[in-house]
Design a protein around this ligand. Structure first.
Ligand code: NAD
Length: 360
């Protein structure tokens, strides 16, 4: 039996967590779930959106499936998702984007993997608010050291990119490519403008690539990458990016495969891994048994693969693919007409997936 933490989240989180847990259990995998909470509901009750017990459970088990969590606005709490990634040093965000037959999308046969650095860049949380004393002090220092002056009414976000942080994420991308039999890694940057951060990223990417002569390497400037992904996505395979570009390109790639309801993800570090959908907690759909469970179920499939439960992962993925290809027992967002009365709920789509698993 492997102990796995299940963070039930808030908004649409609990219903997706339940649907996903049922599908994973149906594969026959020997998982003992440890259910823990996080999110706005807990905050209202306990005063903190991220209970210590939740972090402790993930630390202990080293593996978690996490349903979406709302980022409370204007409460002084930073994103729980960002906090968890930093707390557990989950430096690699893995987002495979694959087309499934039957999904409505302008594109077919997409099979890309986005590897996003998760701890550095503008998301490191080093921010200076406009008008604060420390901000004025920083601006004063910068202005006295550089000819180019910063306006006194500026806010500032710091973008750290390190050799160590870049080396480990680019190695992660190459190791993943090798393990999964992929042919190419593309490193994305804006090194022509940000020479000391993205330039460093590019130099380190090139150095790391030399250790992997069996895998093709190339680099792209991020704006060009956006256009190329829209025009010629088939040219790309594994794409590795700093945090901010990774966030944006992940959603672009989710768009190529039919939207957020289809996009799974994982946050992986040396000490643990959290598997979660790319989408958020969609509060307006809370408790309606309406939204698409596919992204979280496919995140569960990635988790099974990560745990070495390959047969169970394949069973789960094939069942999801079969239900989507049939197009009958799917949620409203997967129907040609969003008001189609034959659309089923979250829980019924999970039932259909479980039925396919049982048949396999
Ligand atoms: P969202 O992804 O929650 O929802 C945006 C829209 O996408 C929804 O209104 C819905 O129309 C659609 N959608 C999302 N998931 C869907 C699904 N499974 N099936 C069908 N349609 C789906 O984005 P948001 O509204 O910007 O964010 C809501 C909250 O979630 C915010 O507090 C945000 O910070 C948080 N968030 C959390 C995570 C996470 O937990 N990892 C990720 C992103 C956003």
């Amino acid at each position: 039996m492997t102990d796995v933490t299940l963070v039930t989240g808030d908004g649409i989180g609990p219903e997706l967590a339940e649907a996903t847990r049922r599908c994973i259990d149906a594969t026959g995998v020997d998982i003992k779930w440890e259910m823990v909470e996080a999110g706005v509901d807990v905050m209202e009750r306990d005063g903190s959106p991220l209970p210590e017990a939740t972090i402790a459970s993930i630390r202990k088990n080293g593996i978690a499936l996490k349903a979406p969590i709302t980022t409370p606005v204007g409460t002084g709490f930073r994103s729980i998702n960002v906090h968890l990634r930093q707390e557990l040093d989950l430096y690699a965000c893995l987002r495979p984007c694959k087309s499934y037959e039957g999904v409505r999308s302008k594109y077919e046969n997409i099979d890309l993997v986005v590897v996003r650095e998760n701890t550095e860049d503008c998301y490191a949380g080093i921010e200076f608010e406009k008008g604060k004393d420390e901000t004025s002090e920083l601006i004063g220092w910068l202005n006295s050291h550089r000819e180019k002056q910063i306006r006194s009414d500026s806010g500032i976000t710091i973008k750290p990119i390190s050799v160590e942080g870049t080396t480990r994420i680019v190695r992660f991308a190459f190791d993943y490519a090798r393990k999964m039999g992929r042919r190419k890694v593309t490193s994305v940057h804006k090194a022509n403008i940000m020479k000391y951060t993205d330039g460093l990223w590019l130099d380190v990417s090139r150095e790391v690539a030399k250790e992997y002569s069996d895998i093709e390497f190339e680099d792209r400037i991020v704006d060009n990458m956006c256009m190329q992904l829209i025009q010629k996505p088939e040219l790309y395979d594994v794409i590795v990016l700093p945090n901010l570009y990774g966030d944006i390109i992940s959603d672009l790639c989710a768009g190529l495969i039919g939207g957020l309801g289809m996009a799974p993800g994982a946050n992986i570090g040396e000490k643990g891994a959290i598997f979660e959908a790319t989408h958020g907690s969609a509060p307006k759909y809370k408790g309606l048994n309406k939204v698409n469970p596919t992204a979280l179920i496919l995140s569960g499939m990635l988790m099974l693969r990560h745990m070495g439960k390959i047969a169970e992962a394949e069973k789960l993925e094939s069942a999801v693919a079969a239900v989507i290809a049939e197009g009958k027992d799917v949620t409203y967002d997967m129907k040609a007409d969003r008001d189609d009365p034959t659309a089923v709920g979250t829980s019924e789509m999970a039932d259909a997936i479980i039925a396919k698993i049982k048949q396999s």
